[in-house]
Structures are given as structure tokens and as C-alpha cells.
Design a binder for this molecule. Structure first.
Ligand SMILES: Nc1ncnc2c1ncn2[C@@H]1O[C@H](COP(=O)(O)OP(=O)(O)O)[C@@H](O)[C@H]1O
Ligand SMILES: [Mg+2]
Length: 285
């Protein structure tokens, strides 16, 4: 059998607290293949976000192993993990996590800074992505000038900036009205149709019904894993050129430093330090 795209074996995640160790994810084993559309459901506090963060290499298991595209993540350095993240994953959050002081285009282009894409190419790709998400008229708008649904579509565009072969969406419709939520789901379905692997967290059964596989979590354990209908599409997403040259990597590092500094200043001025740290955690690792 071919390697799974994502494979968790006996994964646990514990937190130390004043009261002692709390295990919030308990011996989770999962195999996820390319092209699946998965909903992770479960009550609040059951460990869904913890699982998503491990899947996206934003967090690491305290026990067990996690392989991405056949590569074991346990021994990877923070730099290697950051590279793995930007080459495989796109992230969508309930609260969009856009930078208030950047335009829609700049927000979308951000993840490419570290991937070694030149500024003009970044901007062009970001604009194209915004157009495909119906935001061609909004490219210069700041997040505060956009509705919640539009902001979430900007964040979907951002998740695709480096290819986003695997899209991880944690409660992507949680802050949206029904109509905007439906629009976001339509976009995620469209991405799945194009070959992206989509994994979304929700506690809304109607949202989960869009997925072809539903994994149910309760108290840190997988308690059900159902294939809802049909076979998963097995094809790879069309990622943009992903093997940066040495020159591109060097340029990326310089660009990223420059951009990060510029954004850090602008962001701190705008009191968005927390968002900035989250973003930098994702993009730069
Ligand atoms: N950094 C942390 N430190 C301690 N406990 C945490 C931390 N993050 C999450 N938890 C706990 O882990 C459990 C699962 O959290 P989470 O994965 O966010 O659940 P869900 O996304 O399903 O609502 C919760 O009880 C939460 O309080
Ligand atoms: Mg959560």
C-alpha cells in the first residue's frame, strides 16, 4: 500500500498544569490519504484543535509518531518543521487571523515571503487567488473594510498561497452567519474537487455532512471514523513550483527578514502582536 499522506500512530498530547499532567489527546491513530475531505467533530474541549495543530505541525505529540508524506516528524528541527508546514499545509482559522494593517493582497501574499517567491510574483499570485475567491474588487481593502465572510475568503486565498495541498480549517464557519458559512463551505468543496486534501473541524453536524469522512473525537479519543459516501478523490493539488533554488532560498530569507520587520512594526503599532506571533509561528516557524 502506498504511504498515507498523513499518519498518526499512538499519538498523545499532554499538558503540564499546576494540578499535574493532563492528557488531552489519547493514543490517536489515524491514516489520512491524499484527496480526502474530512470533518473532525466533537464537543468543545474534546481535543479537536489540539489534533489539528499536531496535523499541521504547529504542535508536536508528547507520545507516538506522526508522518507527513512518509517523513517522520519526531526528529525534525523547528526549521524543517516550518518548511514542511509551508510546503504542505494551508491554515484557516475561525477568527481569520488576518493582519489588520495589511491589504487583502498583502495578507494573501504573506506565506510566500518565506517560500522564496519574488515580490511581483507574490502580488500577482495573491491577486489571482483573490479573484478566484470572488474578491477581485477587494484586493486593496483592509480586513476591517471587509465582511466576516469576505475576510474568511481572504484567509482561504492565503491558505493556498504556497499551494495548500492540505487545507486545515479549524471551525472556519464558526464566526459566520449561515449564508457566509455556506459560501466558505462551497469554496472548501471546490478545493476538494480540485484535488486538495481538506480537513475541517466543526461542531456543526450540518457542516460535517459536506465531508466524505467524519472523525468523531470525545475526551481526546477517536470514538468514530465514518466514510460517508463514495471514494475519496486521489489526486494531488496543483501546488506552485515548490523546489526553491539556493538563490531563491537566500532571497527568501532576506525578503522574509525585511518583510517580517516591516510587518512587525506595523502590526505592533496596530496592537496586533498576538495575531502577528500566530502568523509568524505559522509562516516562519
Ligand atoms: N496550552 C494548553 N495548556 C493546557 N491545556 C490546554 C492547552 N490547550 C488546550 N488545552 C486543553 O485541552 C483540551 C482540548 O482543547 P482543544 O483541543 O482546544 O479542544 P477543542 O478544540 O475540541 O475545543 C481542553 O480541555 C483544553 O482546556
Ligand atoms: Mg477548538
Amino acid at each position: 500500500m502506498a504511504d498515507a499522506l498523513l499518519e498518526l500512530q499512538g499519538v498523545s498530547r499532554a499538558y503540564r498544569s499546576a494540578a499535574g499532567e493532563v492528557v488531552v489527546l489519547k493514543e490517536v491513530s489515524l491514516r489520512i490519504d491524499a484527496g480526502e475531505f474530512i470533518a473532525i467533530i466533537g464537543p468543545s474541549g474534546s481535543g479537536k484543535s489540539t489534533l489539528m495543530n499536531i496535523l499541521g505541525c504547529l504542535d508536536r505529540p508528547t507520545e507516538g509518531s506522526y508522518r507527513v508524506d512518509g517523513a517522520a516528524t519526531e526528529q525534525m528541527s523547528p526549521d524543517q518543521l516550518a518548511r514542511l508546514r509551508r510546503e504542505h499545509f494551508g491554515f484557516i482559522f475561525q477568527r481569520y487571523n488576518l493582519m489588520e494593517n495589511l491589504s487583502a493582497t498583502e495578507n494573501v501574499a504573506l506565506p510566500a515571503v518565506y517560500a522564496g517567491v519574488e515580490a511581483d510574483a507574490r502580488t500577482a499570485r495573491a491577486r489571482r487567488l483573490l479573484e478566484t475567491l470572488g474578491l477581485g474588487e477587494r484586493t486593496t481593502n483592509r480586513p476591517s473594510q471587509l465582511s466576516g465572510g469576505q475576510q474568511q475568503r481572504v484567509s482561504i486565498a492565503r491558505s493556498l498561497m504556497n499551494g495548500g495541498a492540505i487545507v486545515l480549517a479549524d471551525e472556519p464557519t464558526g464566526a459566520l452567519d449561515h449564508a457566509s458559512g455556506q459560501q466558505v463551505m462551497a469554496e472548501l468543496k471546490r478545493l476538494h474537487g480540485q484535488g486538495h486534501t481538506v480537513i475541517l473541524v466543526t461542531h456543526d453536524a450540518a457542516i460535517a455532512a459536506h465531508a466524505s469522512r467524519v472523525i468523531e473525537i470525545a475526551d481526546g479519543r477517536v470514538v468514530a471514523d465514518r466514510h460517508e459516501r463514495g471514494q475519496a478523490v486521489r489526486q494531488h493539488a496543483d501546488a506552485p513550483g515548490r523546489t526553491p533554488t539556493v538563490a531563491a532560498e537566500r532571497r527568501a530569507r532576506i525578503d522574509a527578514m525585511h518583510e517580517a520587520t516591516r510587518m512587525a512594526i506595523r502590526s505592533m503599532l496596530a496592537h496586533r502582536l498576538r495575531t502577528l506571533l500566530t502568523m509568524l509561528g505559522i509562516i516562519i516557524g
